[in-house]
Design a protein around this ligand. Structure first.
Ligand code: PEP
Ligand code: MG
Length: 747
């Protein structure tokens, strides 16, 4: 780097540092910054544009443009050169602005006289907050070194705590970080919650982006990197031999920690006037920008590792640990970029809600959140940058909406909503011990779904008849190695103890597809949902399934046992799995263990093919449980995890209901009990339609039992059936409108 430039950027930064150190309101400070930059760089104009809402930029400070235009001139992202910089997060540097693609003339700023234009995104960790613009009459493109200086200044501006004050509509200017923000994400677990933000990874606050002495900063950085290397090496040497994925991540950490390029770039940034922390963060911002553009999932994961490593380094440099001294609020709503299932289980039921910047409907964390019945919103873009520990936050898990720092009006509307829900809960509690008996005298058995020991108390509180689906994969997903038979047997025994004689239907390990075990070799499958999963894995690699079956038999210790196999697509898969279980019964008996006095072996019907299985299947299956989540995705060929299509086809679609009816008919012919255990069973209107199609057992989240029972008890299935039949006869696509009309006519 040329000496001249080094001193120029250092000079600029140290003047900037002095300015930032002075007291003053946000506006005053922005004004001073624009003045200082224009002055130091000898340009005619320096302006700062910031986002006022998701797609509107506003001129917030300027030196050189018409001062009247400040807080008046606005533009949409993508509009004009400034809007384009903000949209693409890329620098525009041109000597001839008016002929540059995208130029838009803005008379209120007097802009037409300026020929050269440099726009640099103001961004922090990949979040674009605005644009820093330099303009001059003289037609010259700024040199690379000048450009660098402006980029660094933009970064320092992005660090200013009060920047948040300018973002968003309303009074904001004097009240940093106090603006209300509404975010829209995706629903992963329904429910509403009101509470206060608890950051899973509290943000590292950089109070000194600019530093005086590069030698000191280099030494600080080098020492921190050394500490980091040592800690990564230590983690690697203590990670057990079987903890495969963890080791892989640590190896990636080690690779980055030893990467010369990474360190070199940070050194260069320090030489140009940044503090060690700011240099780390600058690299992190670049990595995040790259991360959002990399299509390859593996590479993205590696960039993610680099991001985590940068966070560690920042914590080492600032001395800010995860322990910030902040106290967890009484009503915590967890905010994180992403979280693993084990970490989520550590928080347990203490959480009122969860908001993730990333996440997916089928992730392990989602499975845990569902099991714990904690409202979860995913894909809440920007939440980790917006939210601060302790901020008030409302989670609307029906709509996937988040209100951060809500105003009184929003808060009170939300309170009303919660109160209505609480009232409904009271109503449900009053019918807890009543049967789900319809007006026409049909009794529908309502079971609950579970997956954790912690779910079992809900058996009592919800009034469920039993556990219709016990998902056994959580014990496998949340560990770093295959659980031992003894551990599993003890857990299953405790589940049966807690159920106190009520039926618990254990589903054998359902992995593959979205549920990937950390210690299982990742399968590179073109279409994992249609791939090597569930019973297919169990039959091909029977070791784990055998062990699980033994654990179940031992846990029963003579008590009745119900087992079902997931994702059975043809009779032979069922007979093989069933034979395996019967074989284990014999061997356990031979070993002197008490075997179940009554054994029920069932299959989950999750692929359309099984509905058309030979009659023999229905004869030998002790029961059939319809896994509607999977069945629906295969029936409509619409990925249950793909936000674009997963809601495209209605469960009350006439074809799907008719299909369910066929399954019920086939089961009835052989007197094979059939139930439905997908998520839809917990939606009252869907549950009512299923009952009308002949289903007499439904298994759902415990929280849904009350609402479903309430509606069933008030309904006459013959009438509902008539509505369905009429809609079918009329050629309706879905019976929903007719059913909703019918229900509202009945109040
Ligand atoms: C289903 O597919 O409906 C089901 C209950 O299983 P899971 O959701 O665990 O795949
Ligand atoms: Mg399934």
């Amino acid at each position: 780097m040329p000496e001249r430039m080094e001193s120029e950027s250092r000079k600029l930064l140290s003047r900037l540092q002095a300015t930032l150190a002075e007291a003053g309101e946000g506006q005053e400070r922005l004004d001073r910054i624009t003045h200082l930059i224009a002055d130091s760089m000898g340009v005619d104009v320096c302006s700062i544009y910031l986002f006022r809402d998701a797609d509107t930029l506003e001129l917030c400070a300027t030196e050189g443009l018409n001062p009247e235009a400040v807080h008046q001139t606005r533009m949409k992202t993508g509009e004009g050169l400034v809007g384009r910089v903000a949209k693409h997060g890329r620098v525009i540097n041109t000597a001839d602005a008016p002929s540059t693609r995208g130029f838009r003339y803005m008379p209120e700023t007097g802009e037409e006289v300026f020929s050269s234009f440099l726009g640099v995104p103001i961004q922090r960790l990949g979040q674009i907050q605005g644009v820093l613009v330099i303009q001059s009459k003289e037609a010259r493109e700024l040199s690379e070194d000048e450009l660098y200086a402006v980029e660094v200044v933009a970064m320092v501006i992005a660090e200013m705590a009060e920047l948040g004050a300018f973002v968003g509509e309303g009074e904001a200017l004097r009240a940093p970080h106090k603006n209300q923000v509404m975010l829209k994400g995706g629903v992963a677990q329904e429910g509403a919650a009101s509470g206060h933000v608890w950051l899973h990874e509290p943000r590292v606050v950089i109070s000194n982006p600019v530093a005086d002495d590069p030698v000191v900063e280099r030494t600080r950085l080098d020492e921190a990197v050394d500490d980091l290397r040592i800690s990564v090496d230590q983690m690697l040497s203590t990670a057990g031999p079987k903890e495969g994925e963890q080791v892989e991540v640590l190896e990636a950490y080690r690779m980055f920690a030893n990467s010369k390029g990474w360190l070199r770039r940070m050194h260069a940034d320090i030489d140009r006037g940044l503090s060690a922390e700011a240099a780390v963060e600058k690299e992190q911002t670049t990595a995040r920008a790259r991360m959002s553009q990399v299509p390859d999932a593996y590479l993205r994961d590696r960039l993610h590792d680099l991001d985590d490593l940068s966070n560690r380094l920042l914590r080492l440099l600032t001395g800010q640990g995860k322990e910030t001294g902040a106290e967890m609020p009484a009503d915590p709503i967890l905010v994180a970029r992403n979280i693993g299932p084990a970490e989520l289980l550590d928080y347990g039921r203490s959480l009122k809600g969860i908001i993730l910047e990333e996440g997916s409907v089928g992730s392990h964390a989602t499975i845990v959140a569902r099991a714990l019945a904690i409202p979860l919103v995913i894909h809440a873009s920007g939440i980790t940058t917006e939210a601060l520990n302790g901020d008030a936050v409302l989670v609307d898990g029906e709509q996937g909406i988040i209100h951060l720092r809500p105003d009184d009006q929003v808060h009170s509307a939300f309170r009303d909503k919660l109160a209505m829900q609480a009232k409904a809960q009271e109503r449900y509690a009053s019918i807890r011990d009543e049967p789900a008996e319809t007006q026409c005298g049909t009794v529908v058995r309502l079971d609950m779904n579970a997956g954790l020991m912690a779910d079992l108390p809900s058996l009592e509180s919800s009034g469920a008849s039993g556990v219709g689906l016990f998902r056994t994969e959580l014990q496998f997903l949340t560990r770093s190695k295959v659980p031992r038979r003894g551990e599993l047997a003890a857990l299953y025994a405790r589940v049966m103890d807690a159920a106190d004689g009520k039926r618990v239907c254990f589903r054998t390990l359902d992995i593959g597809s979205d549920k990937v075990l950390p210690y299982m070799k990742p399968q590179d499958e073109p279409n994992p949902a249609l791939g090597w999963r569930a019973i297919r894995v169990g039959l091909d690699k029977p070791g784990v399934m055998r062990m699980q079956l033994q654990a179940l038999i031992r846990a029963s210790n003579g008590r009745p046992l119900s087992v079902m196999f997931p994702f059975v697509a043809q009779l032979e898969e069922f007979t093989q799995a069933r034979d395996m279980l019967l074989h284990e019964m014999d061997s356990e008996k031979a070993l002197g263990h008490l075997v179940p006095e009554k054994l029920e072996i069932g299959a989950m019907l999750e692929t359309p093919s099984l509905a058309f299985a030979p009659r023999r299947f229905f004869e030998i299956a002790d029961f059939v449980s319809i896994g509607g989540n999977d069945l629906k995705q295969f029936f409509f060929a619409a990925d249950r995890e793909n936000e674009r299509v997963r809601r495209r086809y209605d469960t009350l679609n006439v074809s799907f209901l008719s299909f369910l009816e066929q399954i019920v008919t086939r089961c009835a012919a052989m007197e094979t009990p059939v139930s439905f255990c997908g998520e839809d069973a917990g939606r009252p209107v869907e549950a009512l339609a299923f009952a009308a199609m002949g289903l007499r057992a439904l298994s759902m989240r415990p929280a849904s039992i009350g609402p479903v029972k309430h509606l069933l008890r008030r309904s006459d299935l013959r009438e509902v059936r008539a509505v369905v039949n009429e809609a079918r006869a009329n050629g309706a696509m879905t019976v929903r409108p007719a059913l909703m009309d019918f229900l509202s006519s009945r109040g």
